[in-house]
Design a protein around this ligand. Structure first.
Ligand code: FE2
Length: 198
């Protein structure tokens, strides 16, 4: 059985950028529903005792397994996303990841503008990502539940741009939400840990 992992912070910790109300619905309803759906879908199948990562990789791109892929990938993406956020985060990183942003993405200011644009231009539901691929940093976006995990990329940071991530606080103003997350919440320590494993 898959379980909903605990949030790495209190539900009110990210306010006012992300309110406790948004966190309560996003984590307690949406993320939980993906976990519950996945448990129902794997019951009695070959995936019943498989790891989350192996289910995602085995079902990606298979139309007859779309339900299982979508729920498994959304469980993984959300657990990853919570770790990408912290109170007092955001702004310019330091260390190796900062050097790579300079060499691969044109410096922090350009990274910031391009990451925001990547998130804003994901049409409909999806995710904006900072990833490492082949020793290089890249900005990518994925629709719906799709995840860098199945694309040979190591996820470093993500921003959820499904409307459920921001609509209660920002309504249709996705750009305001994305820029506030980049400026105030991104957890660069988590990104550095992920880069070290890439
Ligand atoms: Fe979400």
């Amino acid at each position: 059985m898959f379980t909903l992992p605990p949030l790495p912070f209190a539900e009110g910790a990210l306010a006012p950028v992300i309110s406790a109300n948004t966190l309560g619905f996003h984590y307690g309803k949406h993320h939980k529903a993906y976990v519950d759906n996945l448990n129902n879908l794997v019951k009695g199948t070959e995936f019943e005792s498989a790891t989350l990562e192996s289910i995602i990789k085995a079902t990606a791109g298979k139309p007859d397994k779309a339900g299982m892929f979508n729920n498994a990938a959304q469980v993984w993406n959300h657990t990853f996303y919570w770790n990408c956020l912290k109170s007092g985060g955001g702004g310019k990183p330091s260390g190796k990841i900062a050097d790579m942003i300079d060499s691969d993405l044109g410096g922090y200011d350009k990274f910031k503008a391009d990451f925001a644009q990547t998130c804003i231009t994901q049409f409909g539901s999806g995710w904006g990502w900072l990833v490492a691929e082949g020793g290089t940093l890249k900005l990518v976006k994925t629709p719906n539940a799709e995840t860098p995990l199945t694309k040979g990329q190591t996820a470093l940071l993500t921003i959820d741009v499904w409307e459920h991530a921001y609509y209660l606080d920002y309504q249709n103003r996705r750009p305001d939400h994305v820029n506030a997350v980049i400026d105030k919440l991104l957890n660069w320590d988590f990104a550095a840990q992920n880069l070290a494993k890439a």
